[in-house]
Design a protein around this ligand. Structure first.
Ligand SMILES: C[S@@+](CC[C@H](N)C(=O)[O-])C[C@H]1O[C@@H](n2cnc3c(N)ncnc32)[C@H](O)[C@@H]1O
Length: 222
């Protein structure tokens, strides 16, 4: 079944996608851009930027906003990034092109890269630049079997209320296995049950200030 989707504006002026049947947006309504920048770039990527050469796994490619911000940050911070991203229900470019990210970021020159991210081949690494390669895996998170591969995970699934099956001990154990020792998982979620599940599979948990509109977020370390 293909669910209906609408483009909506969030409080910082950036757009996101709303899915009425799930009553869920792809990002925080308090600010899509601010949320991604805070949770994934500042508290995730920048926190690990000492590595210079990073392997990242994203759960939920969605609009590609996290991938786009990572590309930009990697260029600015002179990082080399291998970006693997999971998506079970890809959006089509005709929907994504209506989002105002490249315009808002005053980076019209990123438009091409953004389109390439969405239209490039699945299941293989595609080099978008010498410092950034992306591999989109069209699969369900539940089917992932990866070991000791990633320095950083952006865990950006729909909320535990909408998709409780993606926030279980079993899933977090699989995320733990997929990280290298010292690897870090960041997520916008700070729900008690989620924090307990993360701890129970062995993560060291840090509850840190969240983006605007959210008191806390979680950083989990292997
Ligand atoms: C919160 S949105 C992701 C937002 C995205 N990171 C962005 O920057 O736009 C969650 C994403 O997870 C995807 N998804 C839902 N169920 C999934 C599953 N079982 N496995 C992998 N992806 C899934 C959805 O299609 C959606 O794109």
């Amino acid at each position: 079944m293909v669910l209906e989707k609408y483009t909506v504006k969030t409080s910082d002026g950036s757009s996101t996608i709303f899915v009425p049947d799930l009553d869920e947006t792809y990002h925080s309504t308090h600010g899509a851009l601010q949320e991604s920048l805070h949770v994934f770039i500042s508290e995730g990527l920048e926190n690990r930027s000492d590595l210079k050469d990073l392997s990242i796994l994203e759960v939920g490619f969605g609009t590609g906003l996290n991938a786009l911000l990572t590309y930009r940050a990697a260029a600015e911070l002179e990082l080399k990034v291998k970006y693997t991203t999971l998506e079970a229900y890809p959006l089509d470019w005709n929907t994504v092109r209506l989002l105002n990210y490249t315009h808002l970021m005053q980076m019209e020159k990123l438009k091409n890269k953004f389109e390439q991210m969405h239209t490039c081949k699945w299941d293989v690494f595609v080099e978008l630049d010498s410092f950034f390669a992306i591999k989109k895996l069209k699969m369900k998170l539940q089917d992932v079997r990866l070991e000791n591969e990633f320095d950083l995970i952006y865990f950006d699934a729909f909320s535990p209320t909408t998709q409780p099956e993606l926030w279980t001990e079993e899933i977090f154990a699989s995320m733990y296995r997929s990280l290298k020792p010292g690897g870090v998982l960041v997520t916008y979620c700070a729900k008690g049950t989620v924090k307990r599940a993360l701890k129970s599979v062995g993560f060291l948990l840090q509850s840190i200030p969240g983006p605007p509109g959210k008191r806390e977020m979680s950083r989990a370390i292997k």
